[in-house]
Ligand binder design. Structure first.
Ligand code: ADP
Ligand code: NI
Length: 219
C-alpha cells in the first residue's frame, strides 16, 4: 500500500474512533493538529509521513472507553499500523511520539527525541491556545464536571503527572496551571511565534472574564 492510501485509511479510522466526542478531542481537533503539524514539518524539514501518522493518531484512545490506561493510545496505534503492514521502524517512531506528546504537569518535563515528535507536539499544544484553546478548555471542564471559576480555589503548579491527573481545580485555573505555560514550551521557533500571539488573546480573555465578575450592578 502506498503512503497516500495509508494516510487516507488512517483518516477514516480516526474519524470513526473519535465520533461523538464532546471533550475537545474530536476529529476537528485532530484535523487542525494534522494541518499545523504538516506546515511546521515543511519549515523544519521533518519527515512528512511520520509526522502525519503521529498527528492523526495522537488522540486515538477513545474518550468513551478511557479507563486510566495511559498507554492505550500507543497500543491502539501500533495495532492499526501493523494491520496496514507498515515497517517496524516507522511504527515504533510514531508510537513513541504518541507516548511522549502529552502535557503532564507544570513541573514535569516531556522531552521529544526527534524533530517529527517536536513538530507534532507543538501543533497539539497550539490547539490548546487562542480562541480554540479557550473553547476546548471549557468543553473539557464541563465534561469533567469541574467549576468554571471559583475565586476560593487557587491554581496549583503540579510537580508530578499523578498530581496533575488528580487535579480538581477550576477551568479558569487551568489557564495558569497549563495554558499560560505553553508559549515557553514550544520546540520550534515558528510555533513559538504563533503561541505568543494566542497567549496574548487568552490573557485578554481572562482579564475580561475577571473584570466582568467585578463589574458594578447598574441601577
Ligand atoms: P493534550 O492531549 O493536549 O496533552 P489534554 O488531553 O490534557 O492535553 O487536554 C486536551 C484539551 O483539554 C486541551 O485544550 C486542554 O487545555 C484541555 N484541558 C485539559 N485538562 C483540563 C482541565 N483540567 N480543565 C480545563 N481544560 C483542560
Ligand atoms: Ni491532541
Amino acid at each position: 500500500m502506498n503512503n497516500e492510501s495509508i494516510i487516507g485509511q488512517t483518516i477514516s479510522f480516526v474519524k470513526q474512533q473519535l465520533k461523538g466526542d464532546s471533550t475537545g478531542h474530536d476529529w476537528w481537533h485532530v484535523y487542525r493538529v494534522w494541518k499545523m503539524a504538516m506546515s511546521l514539518a515543511k519549515e523544519e524539514g521533518a519527515d512528512l509521513f511520520v509526522v502525519q501518522l503521529a498527528a492523526l493518531l495522537h488522540d486515538i484512545a477513545d474518550w468513551k472507553f478511557h479507563d486510566g490506561n495511559d498507554r492505550k493510545g500507543e497500543i491502539l496505534a501500533a495495532e492499526w499500523l501493523q494491520s496496514l503492514r507498515l515497517d517496524d521502524v516507522t511504527i515504533t517512531h510514531v508510537c513513541e511520539i504518541i507516548r511522549d506528546i502529552s502535557f503532564k504537569g507544570a513541573g514535569v518535563k516531556t522531552i521529544m527525541q526527534t524533530i517529527e515528535g517536536k513538530v507534532v507536539q507543538d501543533a497539539d499544544r497550539l490547539d490548546a491556545l487562542g480562541a480554540i484553546g479557550i473553547a476546548r478548555a471549557f468543553a473539557y471542564g464541563g465534561y469533567k464536571g469541574q467549576e468554571m471559576y471559583n475565586p476560593d480555589i487557587e491554581p496549583v503548579l503540579h510537580q508530578s503527572f499523578e498530581e496533575y491527573k488528580k487535579n480538581s481545580g477550576t477551568t479558569l485555573n487551568h489557564f495558569h496551571e497549563k495554558l499560560f505555560l505553553l508559549k515557553d514550551l514550544m520546540n520550534t521557533a515558528s510555533a513559538g511565534r504563533i503561541a505568543q500571539e494566542r497567549d496574548l488573546f487568552m490573557k485578554e480573555f481572562v482579564a475580561r472574564f475577571l473584570g466582568e465578575c467585578e463589574e458594578p450592578i447598574l441601577n
